[in-house]
Design a protein around this ligand. Structure first.
Ligand code: SAT
Ligand code: MN
Length: 616
C-alpha cells in the first residue's frame, strides 16, 4: 500500500477505512463516518447496536481501563461507579459556541465564531485525535421512534463511557439505524475526548483535554464537541441537540424546545392536568417531576425531568413530548425524604453514577443519600473519606444516569409520540429574597415577561462561581441555539398565532426564599404539591388570589397547608410581595434588557412599563 511513497509520506498518509461491512446503506451516513475516520484516525470503527451483549463488552472494557467500577449486584444491579478527571465535572459555558453564519443570530448571550473559522480550528484538533482508540457510531433518536417524523441523530465518539451513557439517555442502536433507512435526515454529532494514544501508550481512566469546545452550527443542524467527557458536554443528544439545535428548529417551524420537566397531576376527583416547568440546572426539576405529594388524594406521574418539545395539536392545544430516554439527575440532595421515586428508580439498577462516593460494600453514597453517612467511603477523587474528613464525599454536580422507564411513577403517555396537552407552564428560579412562592401571570405576554426575566442564583451544574444572581430566560440561557431577543419574540409569536383560550396559563414559583435568619421559609420537595394544587384550582377558577403589581399571588388561606408544620408568619414571608424589593429589581431587569439591545420585543418593554407603573 505504500508503493510509490517515501517512508515519511507513508507514515503521514492517513489510513483509509473499509466500510463495506457497515450495518447500513445510508450513503450520507457512510460518507460522513468515512470522512471523520480519515480525519481522526481511530484504530477501529464500531457501529453501536445497543444490545445487552455489547453493553457487557463495553462496560467490561471500561472496568479494565479503570473508568468504571462495578457496583454490588445486590445493591445496584448492572450498575457502575465512574470518576471523572477532577477538571471535567460540569458544563463549560465559556467554551460553548453557537456558530451561526451571522454573528447577530447567536446573540449577546452566546459565544460566537464564524462557522468556517471554527471548523478550521476544530478540524486541526480532531486530526488524529482518535489514534489508539475506537470510533463508535451511535445512531439515536430523540423522542419515540414511532413519531411521524422521528428526530434522528448520530453521534460519533471515541469514548465508551459516552456510548454507555447514551444507551441510557436516548433510544440508540440497530433499531434506530434500521428506521433511518437509506436517506433519513439526522443531526450529525461529532465528539472526541481529544486524547489520542501513541502506540504502546497506556490510557488514563478519564481521558480528556484541557482545551474544550462545545459547538453548535444551527443552520447546518450539526454539533462538534471536543475535549470533555462530562455528560452535558459529551452526550450530544441532550442539551446540544434537544435544546440548542432543536430551539433553532423550533423557531423555524413554530414550536418550542424547552428546558422543562413534564408531569401529570391527578386530583382526588381523578381529574388530570399536565404541567411543564422550567428551572435552571440543579434547582429541583427532577424532584418536582417525581413529586410524591403529601396532600391526601393527589398524585403525580412523571413524563420528563429536563427537556420538553412542545407542538400545537390540531385541537389548538400545546402538546409536550420528552425527547429523552433516561434521567441525568444531580445526586447530592437526592434521598428517600427528598425524592423517594428517584431512589426507587436507581435501586432497580442499570445505572451509571459519576463523581459520587463508593461505599465499602460496593454501593454508592452522596450527601443527602441517607441521614447518617457511612463511617468510611471512597470519595469522588478516589481518596479515603470519613465523616471527619471535613469535605463533601461527592462532587456537588455528581450525577445519576438511569433509565426513565424504571421510574415507578412513569406515566403511560411517556411513549406517546403526540405528547400530552399542557395546562400550565411554570417558570422558577432560586432566589433567597424578593420572589414569592407562586405568582400567576396576568396573561400570555405577561407570562412571557416572567419567563424572560427569570432570575436565579448560579449552581454547580456549570463551571464558575456559585450563588450569583443572573437572568436566565426560561432557564434557557446556556441552551439557546439563537439570539435571546429573537427567542423571546418567538414565545410572543407562539401566543399570538394560537388560540389564546387554549394556551397554557403561565406561573412563576420560588421554593428557595429565606427568612432574615437565612432559613428556607417553605419546606419544598413533597410539599410543593400544595402549590401545584393552587395552580390547578386557579385554572379551574376556584382558588383565591390577591392581585399584586407582579401578578396574582395566593391569599394565605387559599394555599392548602393542612397538616403542614408552618407558621402563619413563615407563610406570609413566603407569599410576600414587597414593593421596595421589587423596585430594586427593576434596574436589574433594565440592565438585562439593555444587554439584549434592540432585539427586546416591544411587548416585553410594555410589560416592564406596566410593572413599573403598578409599583408606583
Ligand atoms: O450537564 S447537563 O447539562 O446535562 C445537566 C444540566 O446542567 O442541566
Ligand atoms: Mn437541565
Amino acid at each position: 500500500a505504500t508503493a510509490g511513497l517515501s517512508a515519511e509520506a507513508a507514515a503521514t498518509t492517513p489510513t483509509t477505512f473499509d466500510l463495506s461491512n457497515a450495518p447500513t446503506d445510508h450513503a450520507g451516513l457512510l460518507a460522513w463516518v468515512a470522512e471523520v475516520a480519515e480525519l481522526t484516525q481511530p484504530d477501529r470503527i464500531h457501529w453501536v447496536d445497543g444490545s445487552d451483549a455489547e453493553y457487557k463488552v463495553l462496560t467490561d472494557e471500561l472496568i479494565a481501563g479503570g473508568t468504571l467500577v462495578r457496583l454490588n449486584d445486590e445493591k445496584k444491579p448492572n450498575s457502575f461507579w465512574a470518576r471523572t478527571d477532577p477538571s471535567d465535572v460540569a458544563r463549560v459555558e465559556q467554551r460553548t459556541f453557537i456558530c451561526s453564519v451571522d454573528e447577530a443570530d447567536a446573540g449577546p448571550t452566546n459565544n460566537w465564531m464564524a462557522p468556517a473559522e471554527m471548523k478550521a480550528l476544530m478540524t486541526e484538533l480532531y486530526r488524529g485525535s482518535m489514534k489508539g482508540r475506537t470510533l463508535y457510531v451511535v445512531p439515536f433518536c430523540m423522542g419515540p421512534l414511532t413519531a411521524e417524523k422521528p428526530m434522528f441523530g448520530v453521534e460519533i465518539t471515541d469514548s465508551a463511557y459516552v456510548v454507555a451513557s447514551m444507551r441510557i439517555m436516548a433510544r440508540t442502536g440497530s433499531e434506530v439505524l434500521a428506521k433511518m433507512g437509506t436517506a433519513a435526515k439526522y443531526v450529525p454529532c461529532l465528539h472526541s475526548v481529544g486524547a489520542p494514544l501513541e502506540p504502546g501508550q497506556k490510557d488514563v481512566p478519564w481521558p480528556c483535554n484541557d482545551e474544550k469546545y462545545i459547538v453548535q452550527f444551527p443552520e447546518e443542524r450539526t454539533i462538534w464537541s471536543y475535549g470533555s467527557g462530562y455528560g452535558g458536554n459529551s452526550l450530544l443528544g441532550k442539551k446540544c441537540y434537544s435544546l440548542r439545535i432543536a430551539s433553532a428548529m423550533a423557531r423555524d417551524e413554530g414550536w418550542l424546545a424547552e428546558h422543562m420537566l413534564i408531569l401529570k397531576l391527578i386530583s382526588p376527583e381523578k381529574k388530570v392536568h399536565y404541567i411543564a416547568a422550567a428551572f435552571p440546572s440543579a434547582c429541583g426539576k427532577t424532584n418536582l417531576a417525581m413529586l410524591d405529594p403529601t396532600l391526601e388524594g393527589w398524585e403525580v406521574e412523571t413524563l420528563g425531568d429536563d427537556i420538553a418539545w412542545m407542538r400545537f395539536g390540531e385541537d389548538g392545544r400545546l402538546y409536550a413530548v420528552n425527547p429523552e430516554f433516561g434521567l441525568f439527575g444531580v445526586a447530592p440532595g437526592t434521598g428517600w425524604k427528598t425524592n423517594p421515586n428517584a431512589m426507587r428508580t436507581i435501586e432497580k439498577g442499570n445505572s451509571l453514577f459519576t463523581n459520587v462516593a463508593l461505599t465499602d460494600d460496593g454501593d454508592v453514597w452522596w450527601e443527602g443519600y441517607s441521614q447518617t453517612p457511612p463511617n468510611h467511603l471512597t470519595d469522588w477523587k478516589g481518596r479515603e473519606w470519613t465523616p471527619e474528613s471535613g469535605e463533601v464525599s461527592s462532587h456537588p454536580n455528581s450525577r445519576f444516569c438511569t433509565p426513565i422507564k424504571q421510574c415507578p411513577i412513569i406515566a403511560d403517555e411517556y411513549e406517546d409520540p403526540n405528547g400530552v396537552p399542557i395546562s400550565a407552564i411554570i417558570f422558577g428560579g432560586r432566589r433567597a429574597t424578593t420572589v414569592p412562592l407562586v405568582t400567576e401571570s396576568r396573561d400570555w405576554d405577561h407570562g412571557v415577561f416572567m419567563g424572560a426575566t427569570l432570575s436565579s442564583e448560579t449552581t454547580a451544574a456549570a463551571v464558575g462561581e456559585v450563588g450569583v444572581v443572573r437572568r436566565d430566560p426560561m432557564a434557557m440561557l446556556p441552551f439557546l441555539g439563537y439570539n435571546a431577543g429573537d427567542y423571546l419574540n418567538h414565545w410572543l409569536t407562539v401566543g399570538k398565532d394560537n388560540d389564546a383560550s387554549k394556551l397554557p396559563k403561565i406561573f412563576y414559583v420560588n421554593w428557595f426564599r429565606k427568612d432574615e435568619a437565612g432559613k428556607f421559609v417553605w419546606p419544598g420537595f413533597s410539599e410543593n404539591g400544595r402549590v401545584l394544587k393552587w395552580v390547578i384550582e386557579r385554572l379551574e377558577g376556584q382558588a383565591a388570589a390577591v392581585e399584586t403589581p407582579i401578578g396574582y399571588v395566593p391569599t394565605t388561606d387559599a394555599l392548602d397547608v393542612t397538616g403542614l408544620d408552618l407558621s402563619l408568619e413563615a407563610l406570609q414571608v413566603a407569599l410576600n410581595v414587597d414593593d421596595e424589593e421589587w423596585k430594586a429589581e427593576i434596574p436589574l431587569i433594565e440592565e438585562w434588557f439593555a444587554k439584549l439591545g434592540d432585539k427586546v420585543p416591544a411587548a416585553l418593554k410594555l410589560e416592564l412599563d406596566g410593572l413599573k407603573a403598578r409599583l408606583g
